[in-house]
Ligand binder design. Structure first.
Ligand SMILES: Nc1ncnc2c1ncn2[C@@H]1O[C@H](COP(=O)(O)OP(=O)(O)OP(=O)(O)O)[C@@H](O)[C@H]1O
Ligand SMILES: [Mg+2]
Length: 262
């Protein structure tokens, strides 16, 4: 089967800066990937490529069997769900939560005279329920807490029934309970065979939901490790990626990391 996402020697350069440096990465049907790495490693840049927001400066990026640069990306974007801080900022504060999810069907933010089918409304409610926030459907987006917004954004990203779901730091800013709720929601999604291919960007191994199958580690725009999670998510690879001696603990499908004692 053709890969869902394939980067072949992809570099992204801006001025004299190299944001991604010869990154090669293949994501296949059914896989659930975590992308982990320190601040400034290039994680968001990589998701911007995967979500067709930017093109490589060199190398080839193939998303859902279409080569970026050779295809109308607006068609492709309907097949990709994407959440990030930038997406959250584009949602008007006064928009009703249900509409913030519904408008995703049209690849836009802000409800403005479009006619939505009843089916779409029912689907949006279903997704809000899946993320445990259906009670907030009538509220305005601006009144939600950080964690509630994050979950609404994931429901929104699922609205087009995407083949690829890209989540850029969905747990950032959440308290412990909020993070654990999100990890559990994402764990359910990861184990659902009907769910899209998942790529989750995170800084913290504690945020990796059970059921994720692969990990890619990034530092300074370069891949430091990639592969199946059991063999790739190791203290040694984390130590290289974060350039700090780290200890990794695994229990019940969850991970925890801390600095190794001197
Ligand atoms: N237009 C630009 N010109 C120069 N450097 C840039 C530009 N855009 C991004 N960068 C730099 O590229 C690097 C990678 O950025 P990116 O946002 O992909 O990192 P990240 O891994 O997502 O980091 P974080 O964990 O902080 O979100 C950063 O050092 C950033 O400052
Ligand atoms: Mg980022």
């Amino acid at each position: 089967m053709a890969p869902v996402l394939e980067l072949a020697d992809v570099s992204v350069r801006r001025g004299t800066a190299t944001l991604l440096d010869d990154v090669s990465w293949t994501v296949r049907e059914g896989e659930r990937w975590v992308v982990i790495g320190p601040n400034g490693a290039g994680k968001t840049t990589m998701l911007q490529i995967a979500s067709t927001q930017i093109h490589p400066s060199s190398g080839v990026a193939t998303v859902l069997e279409e080569v970026l640069g050779a295809v109308d990306v607006f068609e492709l974007r309907h097949r990709i769900g994407y959440t990030s801080a930038a997406v959250a900022e584009r949602i008007p504060r006064g928009e009703r939560v249900l509409d913030a999810v519904l408008t995703a069907s049209y690849g836009m933010t802000g409800r403005w005279r479009e006619e939505y089918e009843e089916f779409d409304e029912a689907q949006a409610m279903l997704l809000l329920r899946l993320m445990g926030v259906d009670g907030l459907a009538g509220r305005t987006f601006g009144t939600l807490s950080e964690g509630e917004r994050k979950r609404v954004l994931i429901a929104r990203a699922l609205m087009t029934d995407p083949e690829l779901l890209l989540l850029d730091e969905p747990a950032a800013g959440l308290d412990l309970g909020g993070r654990e709720d999100l990890v559990s929601n994402l764990g359910k999604l990861a184990r659902d065979p009907e769910a899209p291919v998942l790529v989750l960007v995170s800084h913290h191994v504690e945020e990796i939901p059970p059921g994720f199958t692969h990990v890619l580690m990034l530092r300074d725009g370069k891949v430091t490790a990639k592969g199946p999670i059991e063999e790739t998510l190791t203290a040694q690879n984390l130590t290289i990626t974060f350039q700090m001696p780290l200890i990794l603990e695994v229990r019940d499908g969850r991970y925890a990391a801390r600095r190794a004692p001197r």
